[in-house]
Design a protein around this ligand. Structure first.
Ligand SMILES: N[C@@H](CCC(=O)N[C@@H](CS)C(=O)NCC(=O)O)C(=O)O
Length: 204
């Protein structure tokens, strides 16, 4: 099976990268520089008109969206146990990933790329304050999810790889996340995983 992951260092595509490594998959990584806006190049747009990473190509067929990519990896490599086997728990894991994608990531984007959302410069600080507050509201819910547990489920899954990025991205927005001690412990446990270190080190 030929698999190529389009990944940008620092981007949410690290979640798929970590899962492919955890699955023991054989795959190629094509690095995209978001700073150089390579996601808007004609050649990348021809592949993925959404102009985002991650993008996965499996045997010539493309798949976008973190949650779908993670779900495919888990199905294609069942022995890696990247999502819970129990049907309800598996649906809950997919719910978590959708939450990270649609309920948390957009707040970070509004904090980071405020000018993309509003031309009125004097309103930018207000948008940032609100985006951060909305992100923190969600973080408080994740904090409860992780109470008394190392991982979201009874073993490390794709959800953990995905939330690792959410927390890391919050730190890079200079959010003080110390009040979320369960989330911080989760982040620290993820940082110790060799596949997380490997994916993070791949910047060139
Ligand atoms: N809904 C998509 C979002 C992907 C996304 O926003 N990726 C960001 C990087 S973290 C990106 O490619 N941004 C480039 C841009 O917006 O120009 C998913 O969950 O995969």
């Amino acid at each position: 099976m030929t698999i190529t992951l389009y990944h940008a260092p620092g981007a949410c595509s690290i979640a798929a990268y970590v899962s492919l490594l955890e699955a023991g998959a054989e795959f190629e990584v094509e690095l995209i520089s978001l700073a150089k806006k390579e996601q808007t190049s004609e050649s990348y747009k021809a592949l993925n008109p959404k102009q985002k990473v991650p993008y996965l190509i499996v045997e010539g067929k493309g798949l976008s969206e973190n949650t779908a990519i993670q779900t495919w990896i888990a199905s294609a490599y069942p022995e890696a146990n990247l999502l819970p086997q129990d049907k309800f728990e598996r649906a809950r894991a997919i719910s978590h990933m959708n939450w990270f994608s649609s309920g948390m990531h957009p707040h970070i984007t509004r904090h980071f790329r405020t000018a993309k959302f509003c031309d009125i410069e004097s309103a930018h600080d207000d948008i940032k304050v609100k985006a951060k507050a909305m992100f923190f509201e969600q973080m408080a819910l994740v904090e409860q999810e992780l109470k008394g547990r190392t991982w979201f489920f009874d073993h490390n899954t794709a959800c953990d790889s995905y939330f690792f990025w959410v927390y890391d991205r919050g730190l890079r927005e200079e959010f003080d996340l110390a009040e979320f001690s369960n989330c911080t412990a989760h982040y620290e446990a993820m940082l110790k995983r060799p596949n997380v270190q490997k994916a993070q080190a791949h910047t060139k």
